[in-house]
Design a protein around this ligand. Structure first.
Ligand code: SF4
Length: 142
């Protein structure tokens, strides 16, 4: 194939080209119930330690379990995130995984998948509209 100028290629279209609305209504569905993994990166951990005014080691000991090359937040016996008590106690410094919800690759792979996810998350379809650019940026948040 001959070299083509970049303008030759049509821009990628997504079902969310016109944006998607989301505003967490703090129902807690995603922070309670079935066990899950909330990945805590090194950057998340350091934000948590500053917020909780604890050493990194103390945060790990009190709230985290090893997960892959980092940590996950421990859960109460009923599956609830240890930081959830009638709302998220660390909302301002919540891990990247929580901050980027629901704009995760697996949720955005198709419109039907998005609609399925919306059945479990009442914040989807509410509040402000995230633009396509914002969504793409959240999708690539490390
Ligand atoms: S399920 Fe959705 S609306 Fe409910 S707490 Fe989680 S993100 Fe917020």
């Amino acid at each position: 194939m001959q070299d083509q100028p970049l303008s030759y290629w049509a821009p990628q279209h997504y079902f969310f080209d016109q944006g998607l609305r989301f505003d967490c209504v703090q129902c807690g569905h995603c922070c309670t119930g079935d066990p899950g993994i909330v990945f805590v990166s090194a950057a998340d951990l350091s934000r948590l330690a500053i917020h909780l005014q604890l050493s990194i080691d103390a945060v790990i000991q009190r709230y985290l379990s090893p997960w892959r090359d980092s940590y996950t937040i421990r859960e109460a016996i009923d599956g609830r995130c240890l930081f959830y008590d009638q709302g998220c106690a660390i909302y301002r410094v919540r891990p990247t995984q929580c901050r980027t919800w629901p704009f995760w690759p697996n949720n955005l792979r198709s419109q039907s998948r998005w609609k399925q996810v919306a059945k479990r998350c009442p914040g989807i379809g509410q509040g402000r509209r995230y633009t396509r650019e914002e969504i793409l940026s959240l999708l690539s948040t490390p």
